[in-house]
Design a protein around this ligand. Structure first.
Ligand SMILES: [Zn+2]
Length: 159
């Protein structure tokens, strides 16, 4: 299924008057499980048409990676571009069939969710969840009841 993120320097509200905004598209390409490829392209984002037009591929490692490693590379690349000012990200939601906006200026940590192999998710997030003696960062995808969290134990929502 994969993941796709579009990063621009402008929030959606600013793009109404701009025909096209400089953008990076960062994609995780592969099936629901198994090896994945990471690909980044640099080009232009059209907010009105919700469509990207690309000029060139700027990052594409040769070898496919195991899912968790590829996910880390994917979010590291998003973090790199965010640090260069591309703080406005639109993640494509395959469930909602549209791009969902997130303001990375509000992200103050990265998701600490760990998979079975021990690698952390790494997605920029502003959500913390208290667990035991400290708080952990979790992205929306991983901050949910029933998911295995940092401790490896079942997640229990505090009420
Ligand atoms: Zn996560």
């Amino acid at each position: 299924m994969g993941k796709v993120a579009i990063l621009t320097r402008n929030p959606p509200a600013e793009l109404g008057d701009i025909q096209k905004a400089e953008a990076y598209q960062i994609a995780l390409l592969g099936g629901a499980t198994g090896d994945q490829r990471v690909k980044e392209q640099h080009g232009w984002w059209n907010e009105t048409e919700q469509r990207a037009e690309f000029l060139s591929t700027t990052f594409e490692p040769d070898t496919p990676l195991p899912f968790e490693e590829a996910l880390k590379v994917y979010y590291d690349q998003i973090g790199l571009r965010a640090s260069q000012g591309f703080m406005h990200v639109r993640y494509y939601s395959f469930i909602e069939n549209r791009y969902v906006y997130e303001d990375l200026r509000k992200a103050t940590g990265t998701c600490e969710y760990k998979s079975g192999s021990g690698g952390a998710c790494g997605k920029p997030t502003n959500k913390v969840f208290p667990f035991g003696s400290r708080s952990y960062w979790f992205c929306d995808e991983h901050l949910k009841p029933g998911a295995e969290q940092v401790t490896g134990r079942p997640f229990i929502e505090k009420k």
